[in-house]
Design a protein. Structure first.
Length: 366
């Protein structure tokens, strides 16, 4: 298999669309399926997946963008470290995310030592080559990126690179899915589970959702055939009043996940409550650095005070991240707020729902 062209084959897409229409005709009500992955959101709009579905099957985006769910408080912390002379290293998508009063790109323009890196290993190398600098890497991401940060801390400890530190903002997806269901602000009939995250966690991590809430879950890949097959499997469960976890993406995702990556995470991080933009504090949804690695925890070594963090007036990113509204429902979307002048993180990150809508909602479909 070529693993790409076959999953974009138009005949397969049409056949799956027909199967979806057939099973959907047995369901006499609106069905709302949520994806919690920015890559899924991008593919759905890029390939016109919504237009291939019956109108009563609604696809909604959830908190699947790690940059977007990162609260202002974290951005404010990062900016404060830059102001205090730390060398802040980060992936590029964090640079323009607005905090309460500033952003990393603004702090860099003022002379702050902020450097975009492409991996945690690059940040670690910078710390090793410049022992006089206090190097902080911004650890933002879901289960997908947390193992790479864990690896860098294990190496830093082994090599005694004591000037390398992490500002941990890592978050866990399943507790956020649970929080959405418990809050009940948005009706969710099924979850299209994230392929990247699931490659680390395994598909079994979602079992409690099906068991506790009676909500079907399907782990899916990112090509059109993957997504349509995932939707079809969800609708089949709903039509039969079933709730279980199915794995459409079994060419990548295993039930137990990546045991080595999970072991690295467990060695370095402990699970704690965490603040999510628009959702508040979610129990057991964040990763903080264990005491054994506290020398590399910038909060433990150099705590900073951050004043109350405020969202931009009129920005509705929080509601978009919960699936309460879609980007066009925000009065700022596309005019006052756009990728050139983003007011909220959902317009900054390429995985942000607003950014995706802005780029793909009017593009030619398959």
């Amino acid at each position: 298999m070529k693993y790409i062209s076959e999953f974009r084959e138009k005949n397969l897409v049409n056949r799956l669309s027909g199967r979806i229409a057939k099973v959907a005709s047995k369901i006499k009500r609106e069905i709302r399926l949520m994806e919690v992955c920015g890559t899924h959101a991008m593919a759905i709009l890029r390939y016109g997946i919504k237009e291939l579905l019956p109108p009563w099957i609604k696809l909604i985006s959830g908190p699947g963008c790690p940059v977007c769910v990162t609260p202002n408080q974290y951005i404010d912390e990062a900016c404060t470290y830059a102001k205090e002379g730390f060398l802040v290293t980060t992936f590029g998508d964090m640079m323009r995310v607005p905090g309460s009063r500033s952003s990393l790109v603004q702090e860099k323009a003022k002379g702050g030592k902020i450097k975009v890196v492409y991996s945690t290993m690059e940040a670690l190398e910078i710390a090793e080559l410049h022992p006089q600098e206090k190097v902080v890497f911004l650890g933002v991401g879901f289960e997908t990126t947390a193992p790479t940060v864990a690896t860098s801390l294990i190496l830093a400890k082994k090599k005694k690179i004591t000037n390398y530190m992490i500002l941990s903002g890592h978050k866990l997806i399943p507790p956020a899915m649970e929080a959405l269901l418990e809050e009940g602000e948005v009706k969710i009939d099924g979850f299209l589970c994230p392929g990247h995250v699931s490659a680390i966690t395994g598909s079994q991590v979602y079992d409690f959702i099906a068991r506790k809430f009676g909500v079907p879950c399907v782990v899916a890949g990112f090509e059109p055939v993957d997504i349509l097959q995932g939707i079809y499997l969800l609708l089949c469960q709903i039509a039969k009043s079933e709730a279980k976890v199915e794995n459409e993406y079994d060419r990548v995702v295993k039930p137990e996940g990546n045991l080595k990556a999970r072991s690295l995470m467990e060695e370095v991080f402990r699970v704690e409550p965490s603040i999510w933009r628009g959702m508040g504090v979610i129990d057991k949804s964040g990763l903080e650095i264990r005491k054994e690695y506290s020398q590399h925890d910038v909060r433990a070594r150099y705590p900073v005070k951050v004043t109350s963090s405020n969202n931009k007036k009129g920005c509705r990113c929080g509601e978009i991240l919960k699936g309460v509204i879609e980007p066009p429902d925000c009065p700022l979307f596309g005019d006052v707020c756009n990728p050139s002048r983003p007011l909220g993180p959902c317009m900054v990150s390429i995985e942000g729902t607003c950014n995706i809508y802005y780029r793909f909602s009017s593009k030619v479909k398959i």
